[in-house]
Design a binder for this molecule. Structure first.
Ligand code: FAD
Ligand code: PHB
Length: 394
């Protein structure tokens, strides 16, 4: 089989790239290791920056998001028994975020690209490795129905997440990696109950971090900081609600509606960046190239900004025979990646319990007091949270 752009992975980055290229008449084949239902069912991110929302509109997959997504103009931060609000529009020249689940985005992209436009996506077809990416004809070796096959392409987009094979196809002396593991995880619970507040609440508490998020007016997503070795089996629904309420300010805890879990899972927290993101004709995008702890809601949004740069680079190649943007992809994408890696690391450090050191805790509270009471401090949080601008790339 041969195509123009071979894409490994049908997560948000692979689907978005395929869809944008298809609308420009550029052919793609997506190879995905898991089933379509499995990919569709994964519960992950929920906050979309304006840059990503605009890209989904450009991909003509943003109608339902615009209809059903919730526009959020601020977040709340709870600490030391207080609840402070950071307003986005006043600190960012009118910017806002959209609350719309990754599962919905994946569904909308699959429907638009595969069901309606007839785009090719081969599920249960795991890639094994990428070869010949330093030639004009790279190949993806993959498996399908127990047989080994190959996909010949002009370019390969490694959109196969952190555990994918695209990055692993690069010899270790040609790639540099940076990483940090945090000494805790997030226990997440999805439940069909109204959210406790209209906007998200990030909580710094002496028992540990908590987050009140949502997917709609009737579906809530809550998280509590847990130990690295904790297990979902250790938690009943009642125990989860009890612990969540202990970490919220009392007036918010009193408003929590409890209900049975639709899903419960544990997410470990890591920061990771690979450099560069381009190796000849192989490009890494999204979680394949970098991951961040979920505290700033940046993971999914970084996948989108990578695709913004990669899509434009591929378009310049196919429409204008230009290679300069392909050559600049890694640098441009990484500049934005590192800023979000820094913000996610800092915001994680500000809100989580790291140890029992009383001095560290006082310093966190003091920093939160300063940030929430200063215009400059609120601007720092707001402008990073709504998403730093994409660079012009043309
Ligand atoms: P992925 O969504 O990981 O997609 C990669 C795809 O490649 C997968 O479908 C995988 O099955 C496929 N694949 C892997 N290996 C192969 C192979 N060899 N061959 C073919 N296909 C392969 N971000 C936030 O902003 N907020 C959150 O709350 C949040 N929560 C998260 C919770 C969890 C458990 C995880 C893992 C991530 C979370 N993230 C969150 C991050 C966010 O979901 C990711 O940044 C986003 O999914 C990245 O999209 P992607 O398409 O690059 O990668
Ligand atoms: C979510 O709704 O899943 C969510 C929201 C904000 C975050 C992380 C996760 O920072």
């Amino acid at each position: 089989m041969r195509t123009q752009v071979g894409i490994i992975g049908s997560g948000p980055s692979g689907l978005l790239l395929a869809r944008l290229l298809h609308l420009q008449g550029i052919e793609t084949v997506i190879l995905e290791g898991r089933s379509r239902e499995y990919v569709q069912g994964r519960i992950r991110a929920g906050v979309i920056e304006q840059g990503m929302a605009n890209l989904l509109r450009e991909a003509r997959a943003g109608e339902r998001m615009d209809r059903e997504g919730l526009v959020h103009e601020g977040i709340n931060i709870a600490f030391d028994g207080r609840l402070e609000r950071i307003d986005f529009p006043t600190h960012t020249n009118g910017k806002v975020v959209m609350v719309y689940g990754q599962t919905e985005i994946t569904y909308d992209l699959m429907k638009a690209h595969i069901d309606e436009a007839g785009g090719i996506a081969q599920y249960e077809s795991p890639a094994i490795r990428v070869e010949d990416y330093h030639t004009d004809s790279p190949r993806i070796l993959y498996e399908q129905n127990g047989e080994q096959k190959e996909l010949l392409c002009d370019f390969v987009a490694g959109c196969d997440g952190f555990h994918g094979v695209a990055r692993q196809s690069i010899p270790s002396d040609q790639i540099k990696t940076f990483q940090r593991t945090y000494p805790f995880g997030w226990l997440g619970m999805l439940s069909d109950v109204p959210p406790v507040r209209d906007e998200l609440v990030y909580v710094n508490h002496e028992r540990g971090f908590a987050l009140c998020s949502m997917r709609s007016h009737t579906r809530s997503r809550y998280y509590i900081q847990c130990t690295m070795d904790d297990k979902v089996e250790n938690w009943t629904d009642d125990a989860f609600w009890e612990e969540l309420c202990r970490r919220l300010p009392p007036e918010a805890a009193a408003d929590v509606t409890r209900g049975p879990r639709l899903e419960m899972s544990i997410t470990p927290l890591h920061s990771f960046v690979a450099e560069p993101l381009r190796f000849g004709r192989l490009f890494l995008a999204g979680d394949a190239g970098h991951i961040v702890p979920p505290t700033g809601a940046k993971g999914l949004n970084l996948a989108a900004s990578d695709i913004y740069y990669l899509f434009r680079a591929l378009l310049a190649y196919y429409k204008e025979e230009r290679r300069d943007l392909l050559e600049r992809y890694s640098e441009a994408a990484l500049r934005r990646v590192w800023k979000a890696v820094r913000f996610s690391w800092w915001y994680t450090s500000l809100l989580h319990k790291f140890d029992d050191d009383a001095m560290n805790r006082r310093l966190q509270i003091s920093e939160l007091e300063y940030l929430t009471s200063s215009e400059a401090g609120q601007t720092v949080i707001a402008e990073n949270y709504v998403g730093l601008p994409y660079e012009r790339f043309e």
